[in-house]
Ligand binder design. Sequence first.
Ligand SMILES: Cc1cc2nc3c(=O)[nH]c(=O)nc-3n(C[C@H](O)[C@H](O)[C@H](O)COP(=O)(O)OP(=O)(O)OC[C@H]3O[C@@H](n4cnc5c(N)ncnc54)[C@H](O)[C@@H]3O)c2cc1C
Length: 521
Amino acid sequence: MYRKENIKQISESDKVWDIAVIGGGSSGLGVALDAVSRGLSVALFEKSDFAKGTSSRSTKLVHGGVRYLAQGDVFLVFEALKERGRLLRNAPHLAHNQSFVIPIYTFFDRIKYTIGLKMYDWMAGKLSLGKSSFISKSKTIERLPTIKQEGLKGGVIYHDGQFDDARLALNIAQTCDEKGVAILNYFKVNQLNKDDKGKITGLSVKDQFSKNNYDIRAKMVVNATGVFADKILQLDNPDAKKMIRPSQGIHLVLDRSFLSGEDALMIPETSDGRVLFAVPWHDKIVVGTTDTMRKKPKLEPAALEKEIDFVLATAQEYLTKKPQRSDVLSVYAGLRPLAAPTDESEKTKEISRSHKVIVSDSNLITLTGGKWTTFRKMGEDTVEYFTKITGEKLNDSTSADIKIQAYSNDEPIDYLGVYGSDRKAIKTLQEENPEWNAPLHPKYPYTQAEVIFACRNEMAMKVEDVLARRIRILFLDAQASIDMAPKVAELMAKEFGKEEAWIDKQLKDFNKLAMRYLISS
Ligand SMILES: Cc1cc2nc3c(=O)[nH]c(=O)nc-3n(C[C@H](O)[C@H](O)[C@H](O)COP(=O)(O)OP(=O)(O)OC[C@H]3O[C@@H](n4cnc5c(N)ncnc54)[C@H](O)[C@@H]3O)c2cc1C
């Protein structure tokens, strides 16, 4: 994925792209992947880094959504279970089968969750990841040694998928790039161009580094900007009605000892009626989430104190090793791009989580809602509008069968397992340059070679890109990421031929950002 080459591609002034996509999160990437699978020419622009928005801030589940089943949204669950199966098949290096245990404290819950999860299994059909079953109290304690034992009657085990969201976004971006998509990060769309009938003919983008502007001609333009969708809709029509209500969810990252064992914990009904997950991820535990309405979309939303208190209190209620504020290694917040309800009194929990595709009078296509798990299907449903917009024939989608870049079915032998087949390239970098074998932090296995790899192959442009979304350490341990930043900046500066001033600015920006992921005791 070479930025310079992709910039060259979009500089051809007479080129008319079939589809131009705005947004490099899971939705935009799903559109690009599906479009290129049908032989269409595609350009994709992301104003920041790939997955900088919501797509790096999820609970890391590839799931049908047990909660949606409880709400009776059967169609959504069927669709997501199918996509779950496809994602685990096409990106096994990043998405795997995860067992979950629901602790059971009442007879009624035993019946409810045993039957509910049997139905979940049945709905997954051939794509089921394993049978759910009720287990005894002693088995539950064996599997979840830190679970609250008072009143415990047993547990229900079920299976879902678990993944690394930002790394999947990168590997999808690379897959698109390999198939010819001109894909660029740090390119902001700031104008939609139209003909004299008011129909969209393309867009204007600005390189956030060189400040150069480019006019892109495209037959169809897709707005896949998540919680920022209204901003693009207002570029299209300043009077456009607001469609999005950002709903914030936060996660706390804790040491693995708070939930030892291989299983994830699912609390189906917290005191605010939500689901709480505690999921093993990169040798830590991710605990969340919340559902708090926010007024404005933000690329770097901040967790509210009341959200932190709520997640901690719920975790303390169910775990015998009770996490305190000082145990939180990192806190991150993300915004769900929920479609605004027509009735203002509607609560976020009741807004459907299925995706929507909207066509504006100008032919702008907007994709909103949905979830990471269904990114490909969301892309497929959006690209289906191509014929309606252009009148041109569309080939069948083949995105369901595309193996994602770095695909590898090998059992991971170390932390580099998430790099799939790219592990070899990192090992080669280490062998050929033994100095890059040096760890970036005494507590963690990451080496300097991953930084070089991120610069050369993964379009990392800033220190933040490496520490937040290539190596996930900002999300795993914010203080450790601050400690690593100077070495990462130095390596990147050497790789890119940058001066001392660049290093200073990068460190200043990164430290300011990373402080937001730390919480005071
Ligand atoms: C707390 C939380 C937990 C979740 N957990 C899960 C989960 O476990 N599993 C699951 O399947 N789903 C989960 N989801 C849902 C999932 O994460 C989102 O549905 C998905 O990431 C949304 O992706 P997106 O591409 O629509 O938005 P984003 O990822 O926000 O991407 C939009 C992108 O558009 C870019 N952009 C905006 N304006 C412009 C412009 N003018 N020019 C160029 N680019 C622009 C932004 O920079 C941004 O990167 C969760 C969501 C939240 C909030």
